[in-house]
Write a protein that binds this ligand. Sequence first.
Ligand code: ZN
Length: 504
Amino acid sequence: MTTATAPAAYTELVDRLRDIADLGGVMGLLGWDEQVMMPPKAAETRGRQLAGMSTILHGKRTDKHIGELLANLAGNPNLDTEQQAVVREAKRDYERATKVPPGLVAEVAKHRSEAYHVWTKARADNDFKTFAPYLEKNIGYSRQITDHRGATEDTRYDMLLDDFDPGATEAATAELFGALRPKQTELLKKIVGAPKQPRVDFIARNWPIDPQRDFGRALITSIGYDFDGGRQDISIHPFCGGTGPGDVRITTRFREDDPLDSLMGMLHEAGHALYEQGLPHAHHGTALSEACGMAVHESQSRMWENNVGRSREFWSWAWPQLRERFPAQSEGVSEAEWYHAVNEVKPGLIRVDADEVSYNLHVVIRFEIERMLLRKQLPVADLPAEWNRLYKEYLGVDVPTDTLGCLQDVHWAGGMFGYFPSYAVGNLYAAQLFEAALKAHPDLPQQFARGEFKTLLTWLRENVHAHGTLWRPAELLERATGTKPTPEPFLRYIESKYFPLFGV
Ligand code: ZN
């Protein structure tokens, strides 16, 4: 970035953006503390603190002076490519923040918080009827908000997708999923019906927590997570957070009857963290140092968790270490049996528990349902029946209760429509990027077998991390891999890994 010759308005804009990002980092710390450290009696106090900080932050984001700076910089011929990207993304953020009346923002936040509490209870009680009016209202609010932002019936869902994955559209997502879904359902059927199924009894043995944590930390240190620029703690829902450059934290949950929950979870969150730690911090506060949306973010976590962490070579390196740390728990288990168990395929009801062969199908179902809900083509009352029908058709499973069905995820209770697709798109991006990295470095698997991950990380740093949001995700993918986003590498990856393993 050539700030020396940048117009004064640009320099001032960047100062403002950095200020906003730093305050956002303070919010990040408050949120991390709430989930990791805070005593339960502080909930109300923390709620007020967060609300107060939100108001300050919203004031800074919507400050008219930012609008003036952006107007001043629009089409300015003295901006280089990077500076144009910073202005482009700042304008997107500013418009999103200013087009919705503050009164409506507050009203929606209040309703979503109520809806969240009603959903928690409805899920526990298997009581969709009580939750339905809150969901209906959430949909109404999302429609109202997108109306303020200038949506038509045809662009409304695009706008919501774009909130999480810049540049994503309903049409492009439908095309991607349309090419993926029937083939993935077919692969899943073949693998589930295959003769060689894994033995998994040993997973449920008693695996003590302390060595799980130590082993997980050793694994993520090996792949490159920098503990001097982060830390790892315990929370009920694992996440990657922190306060900004030099402070990228992850959390883990532990189960004594399932070591894979913590180990694969740590690799997943460390994958998110490697991305954050690899962003160019010199550009802190601007789009150039921000992750390129949720789908690319998820591609990084899923690649380390699945393409690397569930590979045969990874476990040929990690298995002897596991044997040493858990001699009793791994007694009588071979490396091959462990590798097969790590890749068990079992179509089920719960998205977050899904294996990599069935995972995307859970997401496609949510995508198809929420686009209909937003267009009011599917009445809320009919949601459970439609959910159950699609689970039968795509995953071959019967949904016994709404608790295990359409009430399982928090997203719609929190009004987060448009978020789900990024989970599956992230898997497709992961496979596409991994295939390109393999093409550049065919010996990556042999390196993994020696516990060497630097070549892959460097490739990701150069092709993904270093660029922040200089380009939108589709362009980033095309520049890194040579092709537009496509489900083919994912389908190839699944078939070439699972068919031999399961004897298809
Ligand atoms: Zn993730």
